[in-house]
Write a protein that binds this ligand. Structure first.
Ligand SMILES: CC(=O)N[C@H]1[C@@H](OP(=O)(O)OP(=O)(O)OC[C@H]2O[C@@H](n3ccc(=O)[nH]c3=O)[C@H](O)[C@@H]2O)O[C@H](CO)[C@@H](O)[C@@H]1O[C@H](C)C(=O)N[C@@H](C)C(=O)N[C@H](CCC(=O)O)C(=O)O
Ligand SMILES: Nc1ncnc2c1ncn2[C@@H]1O[C@H](COP(=O)(O)OP(=O)(O)OP(=O)(O)O)[C@@H](O)[C@H]1O
Length: 514
């Protein structure tokens, strides 16, 4: 049972006013306290402070009052209820601030590492948790796209619905992590998290910027790339120590965002040996690949600057997941773990024992191609995977099974078509998470960017059938890449989460005996 901080209305109003969020309050009793907080009326209990946010309807507040709410926070007043309200200028910021305060600002007792970037957040977070689990006896919380881990018991691991949870859920879980005696937290921070103020006023001990390339641009997400970049840079603005991958575009902008609030000695920049690093960026760590085949992924990390040498993490490391693009993820994890006082032994163990569900899972067959289940779902990631696998199996065909999301990430369709056009020989287009769109229309938009004189393209609506047909049509030496869903247990169709076996379980069953 977590201990609820008993903040009073007076403390709430003071906090909101400090952040210029308070418009007015209808409360008479400044010493009133609350037993719980919620933004969904269906879970309200007696003594709850209710937040009216998102696509909100007045009847939800009436429902909350009926269920025992004794106050609400909202951007507008509702006359149809008798409970008092606190009117604020931004409900998302207010909910983030008050959720943290309600649990006594759990982040103050929890060293936290946060990852952002277009690609690699989940992989890097898993690498880091694996290292810190080894160093700190598994007392490491995790908020990731795949799982949420709030303790070291099996019941403390649940599937996530968002990469970065809504603020109230985030601080509820952070409080659980602290109450469960965990000593560290690793989390992913999506650009959407800043767009929706899910992490407003949250500061991190270490913030990591992995890379950035156009993604999540379009309706429901970011109107422009500049907005996408700005949201992602906020992570470093809110981090005491920053770790930056110099081998990505826009890294000078990112570096200056880090410098806005961190001293140079608290900013660590790493890059691949031989890459052309922007001279404006300092050099703290360099890494090179000693092997990057399907069976061996080995890197050498070298400190360059004095502050990097002081971390004492130089060395050669085996990485458990193939893919040259995972080398940068592993370096980021090694540096952040070193900053959290992990030693080289823990780093070596963690990097060589990490398993990330749905990322580069390999399924060999006897009479067909080798099947790879991966989460790639935009140009940057699909290109990285196909390019790497094509190098590993030059004699075979590259066969891709993919679709794309509906109602968001519209720009991914062209990128997926482009990646297939550059590196594949056969494409089976199918259903991913079409939301309210027609999956065939999405597939046609991907196909429009594929040269069908060179590449065989076909559309099969049912994802499991498409995967099965592709594997059966493949031959030894071919590479079959099932991209975009990994272990996702749902397909988002027309606002419903339709149960789905998951690419990996489907492939695992199909390849038995093949
Ligand atoms: C656009 C967006 O991000 N929307 C998120 C937002 O929804 P919302 O608050 O705006 O809208 P809503 O949930 O319909 O709001 C209705 C409100 O009425 C309440 N309600 C509803 C019914 C009722 O009976 N009583 C009641 O009180 C609901 O609890 C809710 O508070 O808050 C919800 C949680 O409360 C999220 O589930 C939802 O994410 C949607 C599903 C989503 O797809 N988000 C994506 C875009 C996202 O955030 N992606 C990033 C990863 C992408 C990246 O890498 O950038 C992520 O972090 O996952
Ligand atoms: N550093 C990287 N650069 C390019 N592609 C990458 C990188 N790391 C991983 N990938 C590819 O992107 C896919 C997704 O990786 P991962 O889930 O770690 O990233 P993510 O940032 O969490 O993605 P998302 O935001 O979509 O959840 C992987 O399956 C792989 O194909």
């Amino acid at each position: 049972m977590h201990i609820l901080a008993q903040i009073t209305v007076d403390e709430i109003l003071t906090l909101l006013d400090e952040h210029h969020l308070l418009i007015r309050s209808q409360f008479d009793n400044s010493q009133q306290r609350f037993q719980s907080i919620a933004y969904n009326s269906k879970v309200v209990s007696k003594g709850c402070l209710f937040f009216c946010k998102g696509n909100f309807r007045a009847e939800y507040l009436a429902d909350a009052q009926k269920r025992g709410a004794t106050g609400y926070v909202s951007e507008q007043e509702y006359g149809h209820v008798t409970i008092p309200g606190i009117i604020v200028s931004n409900i998302q910021k207010a909910m983030s601030l008050l959720s943290a305060a309600f649990f006594g600002f759990p982040q103050n007792n929890l060293p936290t590492i946060a990852y952002t970037g277009t690609k690699g957040k989940t992989t890097s977070a898993y690498f880091t948790k694996s290292i810190l689990d080894r160093m700190y006896d598994k007392k490491v919380g995790l908020f990731s796209t795949i799982n949420t881990v709030v303790g070291d018991r099996p019941e403390d691991v649940t599937k996530s619905s968002l990469t970065t949870p809504e603020s109230l859920d985030l601080f509820t879980n952070m409080n659980r992590v602290v109450q469960n005696g965990m000593t560290h937290l690793v989390m992913e921070v999506s650009s959407q998290a800043y767009k929706k103020n899910r992490v407003y006023n949250l500061h991190y001990d270490i913030g990591v910027f992995l890379n950035i390339s156009p993604d999540h641009i379009g309706r429901n997400e970011h109107p422009t790339f500049a907005d996408y970049l700005h949201c992602k840079e906020q992570l470093l603005v809110n981090s005491r120590t920053c770790v930056i991958n110099a081998d990505s575009d826009h890294m000078v902008d990112v570096y200056y965002a880090a410098k806005a609030t961190s001293q140079p000695e608290d900013i660590f920049v790493y890059h691949r040996k031989g890459s052309t690093k922007n001279p404006e960026l300092p050099e703290d760590f360099m890494y090179e690949s000693l092997a990057d085949s399907l069976t061996e992924n080995i890197i050498e990390i070298s400190a360059v600057s004095p502050k990097a040498h002081r971390l004492g993490i130089d060395g050669t490391y085996h990485i458990s997941i193939p893919g040259d693009y995972n080398e940068g993820n592993a370096v980021a994890a090694a540096i952040t773990s070193g900053l959290m006082k992990a030693d080289k032994k823990a780093i070596a163990y963690g990097l060589s024992h990490t398993v990330v569900p749905g990322r580069m899972e390999i399924y060999p067959t006897h009479e067909h191609g080798t099947v790879y289940v991966d989460y790639a779902h935009n140009y940057g990631s699909l290109h990285a995977v196909l390019d790497f696998l094509k190098q590993q199996s030059p004699a075979g065909k590259v066969i891709v099974i993919t679709g794309s999301t509906g109602d968001k990430g519209i720009d991914r369709r062209e990128g997926l078509g482009k990646a297939i056009n550059e590196s594949a020989n056969v494409a089976y287009l199918t259903t991913d998470d079409p939301a309210t769109e027609d999956p065939k229309v999405i597939a046609d938009e991907i196909a429009a960017h594929i040269d069908q004189k060179r590449i065989a393209v076909q559309y099969i609506a049912d994802r499991k059938t498409a995967i099965s047909r592709a594997i059966e049509a493949s031959h030894p030496g071919d590479v079959v890449v099932v991209a975009g869903k990994g272990h996702d247990a749902f397909q988002k169709i027309n606002g419903q989460n339709v149960p789905y076996q998951g690419d990996a379980p489907i492939v695992s069953k199909l390849v038995k005996g093949l």
